[in-house]
Design a protein around this ligand. Sequence first.
Ligand SMILES: [Zn+2]
Length: 153
Amino acid sequence: MSSTVQPENVVTFPAIKPGHRLVPAKVGRTNDTSVIAYVECPLFCIEDHVDEPVRNIEDIVHRGDTASLLVPTFGYGAYPIQMHASVENDPVAADPQYRAAYISVQDAGGSGSHLTPEMAERLADEAVKFASQLRSQARTARLHNKHAVEVAA
Ligand SMILES: [Zn+2]
């Protein structure tokens, strides 16, 4: 009969939550006094928490890839209207909606909205409807312009 003896001087490492990995994060008031701490980071997060240091460990926010919609213009400015969306979560937020993964939608200036996954799906449905209406408007404008050229000729 074999028996396993558990060592008494070993502290087991806590298990990492499913859907997370352990990553280094730089935390501190200044670069000279900062330390590297290891934090659980959700798999969607692409932030480099060392390159983006925070003053306090509770300031760490996790962010995924950004999807962008840039509206061009033949007028003034390259992209006067912009919309950027990414998955985020703040693991120590007081509001449980921020502790859960949510979608942050922001304009170029950083103003924006925070959406639950369900709200983001409804917005996506509205964006599809908007795209269809935009195509219809493009057809209308193209036909109008073509007619105007034919009448002028
Ligand atoms: Zn992260």
